[in-house]
Design a protein around this ligand. Sequence first.
Ligand SMILES: [Zn+2]
Ligand SMILES: [Zn+2]
Length: 283
Amino acid sequence: MSQSILSAEPVIRLVAFLGVLAAMALWEVAAPRRRREIPRVIRWTNNLALVLVDTIILRLSFPILAVGLAVLAEDRGWGLFNNFDVPVWLAIVVSMLLLDLAIYLQHVMFHAVPALWRLHRMHHADLDFDATTGLRFHPVEIMISMGIKLAVVAALGPPAVAVLLFEAILNATALFNHANIDLPRSVDRILRLIVVTPDMHRVHHSIDPRETNSNYGFNLPWWDRLLGTYVAQPAKGHEEMEVGIEQFRTRRDLWLDRMLIQPLRGPASGHALDPRVTLKDRK
Ligand SMILES: [Zn+2]
Ligand SMILES: [Zn+2]
């Protein structure tokens, strides 16, 4: 069972990725939420090229990825769930919840630690917000996240299918909640009780640091509500709000080479513990 999951993984992931990306792209054309500022060809070419770079670096630098480690852990009896007799459905549900919480906490950490913010701010420096923004992560951030995910998988010993499901769902929701799509407000209100919607995550891409440092969830919206980082709507409204961060606002900054060297450029301002951000908060 676990071995067949492992061999089917690349195809399942590629088909799901391309299918959801195409669906979001069509939806964005049919019902856009915001006017586009930058021609799509610049952003899509560079954001998609980055995915390729990220995938190659990840495959070359890790001997095993999350689903593979879950299979190995099942085999060797590593981790919590491989040492207790828990019903498999319960192990799947709890594993997926804990993986999602780990991703949320990791995202908070990437906003709070200045050196990590340098890596993660590249995700925020996109000057428009659409499905491909959800793919825009620096390769070093991708490697650190994979390291954290592997540690969680080793400690938890989740069923391999839970890890595969979690990663496939996260890939799909990341494309969905960055999409520039106009969901009816009533649908958004109900949907955001169970999943992070584009309107909820767009707040996180606001240039206002108080909004940048909120809504950290990628998948489940509950952690933000439970842990006090939830902001319902951007102060200026979704059409008027500015997307991005204060640094890196030229079209040239959207190119792949500039994205890759961005962590080394300029000060690490705007992170969650930046005194200017917290001072503004007290006003
Ligand atoms: Zn972020
Ligand atoms: Zn985002």
